[in-house]
Ligand binder design. Structure first.
Ligand SMILES: Nc1ncnc2c1ncn2[C@@H]1O[C@H](COP(=O)(O)OP(=O)(O)O)[C@@H](O)[C@H]1O
Ligand SMILES: [Mg+2]
Length: 325
C-alpha cells in the first residue's frame, strides 16, 4: 500500500477492525473488557491483538507480559524505536496476542506533545499491521483514564469505539464530554470513527439503582447499548492476579458467560463472520455493518447527571440474567 498521500486516510489492511475501549473515568472496566472480550473473541476463532495504552500497564501486568525498561513496548513503538512486529507478544491463548507497555509510557504525553502529527503516532505504527504474516481481525486498545494525547492517538487509530460504563449513579457523568471529544475527533481527524457499543458492567439485577441506570442509558443511547449486561462477579476481579483471563481462571462463572455473550454481540455488530467469508473468497470487504451507522447518532446525554430519585418502572428487556453470582 502507498505510504504517501492524505495523512488521515485509512491504510490498514482492509479486514482489520481497530477498536478503542475508552472512558476517561478509571475503574469502569476498560481493562477487564479488553482482556476478557479479547479472549472470548479469540476463543471463538478470531485473531485478536490487544494494545496497552495505559501508562499504569494493568493489561500488560494482567497477562504477565510487562516489558523491562528499554525493551520493545508500546512506548518505544510510539517513539519510533521499535516496530509493531517487535512489540507483539503471544499469550497463553493461541489466537490472542498483546502489545504490552511498561511505566516508560508515563510522561510520554508530554514528550510527544511537540511532535508533528502527535495524534497519529499510533495510527502510523499500526500501518505495520499489513506486514504481519497473520494480521489480527480485531485490535482492542486499552485506553488510559484520561482524554489526553494517548487517548487521542487511540481514537485517531480506530474505526470504532466501545465505551464501558458502570451501572452506578455516575454512569452518565462525563459521557457528554466524551461524546464531544468523539465528535471533534470525527470532524477534524478521523471521519470514519463510529461508536459500536456502550457496555454496562458491574451490574446487579437485585439493585434498583443498577436497573435505573441501565434504563437511563437505554433511554439516551438506545440500541447502541449492548444487550448483555456484565454482572458483578468477583472471579473477574480475581483472574488478573493469577495472570489469567476469566476463561482460563473459571470458564463457567457468570463473568465468563457474560463476556462470551458480549463477544457474540460484537461479532454480529462488526460483521466478523461475513468479513472473514469475504476474505477467504478474496473479495472486497464489506463496508462496516449498516447497523452500526444506524445506531450511531444517539441523542446527546444531558450535561448533568439526570435525577434518578424515582424508582424506574422500565421493564428489564435484556435477559433476566443479571445479579450477583
Ligand atoms: N463485572 C465485574 N465484577 C467485579 N469486578 C469487576 C468487574 N469489572 C471490573 N471489575 C474490577 O473493577 C476494577 C476496575 O476495573 P478495570 O477493568 O481495571 O477498570 P479500568 O480499566 O476502567 O480502570 C478491577 O479491580 C476489576 O477487576
Ligand atoms: Mg485500566
Amino acid at each position: 500500500m502507498p505510504r504517501v498521500g492524505f495523512a488521515y486516510a485509512n491504510r490498514y489492511p482492509d479486514l482489520v477492525q481497530v477498536i478503542s475501549v475508552i472512558n476517561q473515568k478509571g475503574g469502569v472496566g476498560k481493562t477487564t473488557t479488553v482482556s476478557n472480550l479479547g479472549a472470548a473473541l479469540a476463543l471463538a476463532g478470531h485473531r485478536i491483538l490487544l494494545i496497552d495504552l495505559d501508562p499504569q500497564a494493568h493489561l500488560s501486568i494482567a497477562f504477565d507480559r510487562m516489558p523491562d525498561p528499554g525493551d520493545p513496548s508500546v512506548y518505544t513503538m510510539l517513539a519510533g524505536a521499535h516496530s509493531l512486529v517487535d512489540v507483539i507478544q503471544p499469550t497463553s491463548i493461541e489466537a490472542l496476542s498483546i502489545a504490552p507497555t511498561n511505566l516508560d509510557l508515563t510522561g510520554s504525553e508530554q514528550e510527544f506533545s511537540a511532535e508533528i502529527g502527535r495524534e497519529i503516532l499510533l495510527r502510523d505504527a499500526l500501518y505495520k499491521l499489513e506486514e504481519l504474516e497473520d494480521p489480527p481481525e480485531v485490535v482492542l486498545l486499552d485506553c488510559p483514564p484520561a482524554l489526553g494525547l494517548l487517548s487521542l492517538n487511540a481514537l485517531c487509530a480506530s474505526k470504532s469505539v466501545i465505551i464501558p460504563v458502570q451501572a452506578e449513579f455516575f454512569a452518565l457523568q462525563g459521557m457528554a464530554q466524551l461524546h464531544d471529544v468523539l465528535e471533534r475527533v470525527k470532524r477534524r481527524l478521523n471521519p470514519d470513527l463510529d461508536l459500536v457499543g456502550i457496555l454496562v458492567g458491574m451490574y446487579t439485577k437485585q439493585r434498583n439503582l443498577s436497573r435505573e441506570v441501565v434504563a437511563e442509558l437505554r433511554n439516551h443511547f438506545g440500541e447502541v447499548v449492548f444487550d448483555t449486561l456484565v454482572r458483578v462477579n468477583v472471579r473477574l476481579a480475581e483472574a488478573p492476579s493469577h495472570g489469567m483471563t476469566i476463561f482460563e481462571y473459571d470458564r463457567n462463572c457468570a463473568g465468563a458467560e457474560d463476556f462470551r455473550a458480549v463477544a457474540a454481540e460484537l461479532a454480529v455488530r462488526l460483521g466478523l463472520s461475513a468479513r472473514r467469508r469475504q476474505a477467504s473468497a478474496d473479495e472486497a470487504p464489506p463496508a462496516i455493518v449498516e447497523l452500526v451507522d444506524h445506531v450511531l447518532k444517539p441523542p446527546m446525554p444531558p450535561q448533568v447527571v439526570p435525577p434518578l430519585e424515582a424508582p424506574s418502572t422500565a421493564t428489564e428487556t435484556v435477559g433476566d440474567r443479571g445479579g450477583e453470582d
